[in-house]
Design a protein. Sequence first.
Length: 301
Amino acid sequence: MLALISRRFALVTVAAAMTSMLSTTSPTRAGELDFVVIKAPDQVPAKSGTVDLGGFKLAYWDTGGDGEPVVLLHPASVGHDAWIYQQPALSKAGFRVIGFARRGYRGSDAGPADHGTASGDLGALVEALDLGKVHLVGVAAGGIYAADYAITYPGAVKSLVIANSLVTVGDKDYMAASAALRPKGFEEMPADFKELGPTYRSGNPEGTAQWLEINRNAVHTRFRQDPQSKMTLDDLATITVPTLMLTGTADLYTPPPMLKKMADRMRNVSVTIVEGAGHAAFWEQPEAFNSAVIDFLRKSD
């Protein structure tokens, strides 16, 4: 398995905890456009299992150990098997790492017709594995549910990473600005075009093909689980735990100015911008992504 990463990158988290809900964030720039293709690291041993949620099951993997638990929430485009660059990096950094597949994704059942909520399912997983307070890392759609969980269960979260995510903020002005970014028919365009930046697609066709293979096999029953909260900018402002907001300069869904609209309303936030990355910085530039996340998590311990 190959990944496109930066040959050189500098990561210095310069945005400290905010004392005002309306204070402006100062983004860290991560990654350079001098790329090489490298092999993905070997995975560390992890237990695979399922959690029974009353007649249906969710699949998960868990590296175990005594480290602080970090739960990874996958995008809509791929499932819990896409964390091949994060699982070993976070585990070797001393964390207990858990990934799970939401309802309808490979390894998990679709569940009842009402679909429930991803936050409710996450809470059941946390309870079943006796994780206690957790660090959450959510990418794209996973960022929606990570933020929703932090809003709905504020005492259950130790820190929060929201990467490449619009967070489905319901404010009309925000939604209008977001919709204006993408032309009619955008959602029918190829998945790799929407999700992966042009630097990655042109520089690493093999990695693009591997991402597409995971994408094709990710979902067996497609539907959307609604968040439990309204997910407005005012809701985001209620999050008090340390939060890292991250996106790429080539993200067609969440370019830096859209991320800033959210970050400016949050109380305790840092911002990292990954140069050249599209909507999947965790896959396109895993070294830059992992370094930003690990540095943030260590400061949040």
